[in-house]
Design a protein around this ligand. Structure first.
Ligand SMILES: [Zn+2]
Length: 126
């Protein structure tokens, strides 16, 4: 059994969905940033296919090294969906762990900030 005591929880997944003003502001900020990025991307010249592969290789966080153990989290997103997602076990704070994960895998809404979160256990091994 994995020791989850070091992991931070956020909100209360057993309570009814009720985003706070802080969550409403976070969602509005995420939406504003998302819209701004989309405007920039729409104006940018197309990326040649070979350059695209080079950029993708640079962005692979672990290169060819084995993927680290993954912690599985139960998340409630701003859209109201409760989903399970995994991230490197080194992240103890769900906001830090999922700061680059803004799309709900259930409904596709993007952005959909995290309202509530709790760690469940390692996704493999354990
Ligand atoms: Zn959703």
């Amino acid at each position: 059994m994995t020791d989850l005591s070091g992991y931070q929880r956020k909100g209360d997944l057993s309570a009814p969905f009720n985003p706070t003003k802080k969550i409403e502001r976070a969602q509005a900020q995420a939406q504003k940033l998302h819209d701004h990025v989309q405007e920039i991307v729409a104006k940018a010249p197309p990326i040649p296919p070979d350059a695209r592969e080079q950029v993708a290789a640079l962005l692979r966080p672990y290169g060819n090294a084995p993927k680290p153990a993954q912690m599985r989290w139960r998340l409630r997103r701003y859209c109201g969906d409760v989903v399970q997602e995994t991230v490197d076990e080194k992240y103890l704070d769900p906001d830090e762990a999922f700061k680059h994960s803004e799309q709900c895998p259930a409904c596709g809404r993007k952005p959909s900030v995290i309202v509530d979160a709790e760690p469940i256990g390692l996704a493999r091994g354990d």
